[in-house]
Design a protein around this ligand. Structure first.
Ligand SMILES: [Fe+2]
Length: 179
């Protein structure tokens, strides 16, 4: 009798060990699979949503700013500056932003001939044409820009075009006024 029972218990014992090992292995596989899926969710969270835009760095107003520049999109030819006015909160375009631009004339001197006021379109786009700004007083070529939009902090900045580049892109990213 005992000779029959001993193999029976032995089979049951090894069967339990096998089932336990199988369950543990399955658990490991499921855990790894869940981790991979979790990682995928992090990478693709909120697909289609644009990444936040970095605010455009501010710069000095400088001594040559004058308010009430005439409304126009061009003060010359040879260099085009364009881009999109955006919100740093969600990169959305800002329409109707008031953009004042001034730069030194070809002779290196500031005058009313090289000042302009323009507004961003519904798409947030703006475009300004002028001569390529000259260097003056040891400063590299640059264009001054001041941007105002309702609900956003006023931004004063400068753009430095690269010599030989006549079509420059420069997005203007504004910071919302905190409530
Ligand atoms: Fe300047």
């Amino acid at each position: 009798m005992y000779r029959l029972l001993l193999p029976y218990f032995a089979v049951c014992f090894f069967s339990l060990i096998f089932i336990n090992m199988k369950n543990s292995y399955t658990e490991i596989l499921l855990s790894e699979s869940a981790q991979k899926e979790g990682a995928g969710e992090i990478q693709s969270s909120q697909p289609g949503k644009p990444l936040p835009c970095q605010p455009t760095p501010p710069a000095e107003l400088g001594p040559f700013y004058e308010p009430n520049a005439p409304e126009r999109m061009s003060v010359g030819t040879g260099h085009t500056l364009s881009g999109v006015v955006r919100s740093s909160a969600d990169c959305s375009p800002i329409k109707g932003a008031r953009i004042e631009i001034w730069l030194a004339g070809p002779d290196g001197k500031y005058s009313s001939d090289y000042r302009a006021t323009l507004y961003s379109k519904k798409s947030g786009e703006y475009r300004f044409e002028s001569h390529f700004p000259p260097s003056y007083s040891g400063r590299p070529p640059h264009i001054h820009i001041k941007i105002e939009a309702r609900g956003y902090q006023t931004l004063i900045t400068q753009f430095y075009p690269i010599k030989g580049q006549f079509d420059s892109k420069f997005d203007l990213v504004l910071v919302p006024i905190s409530q």
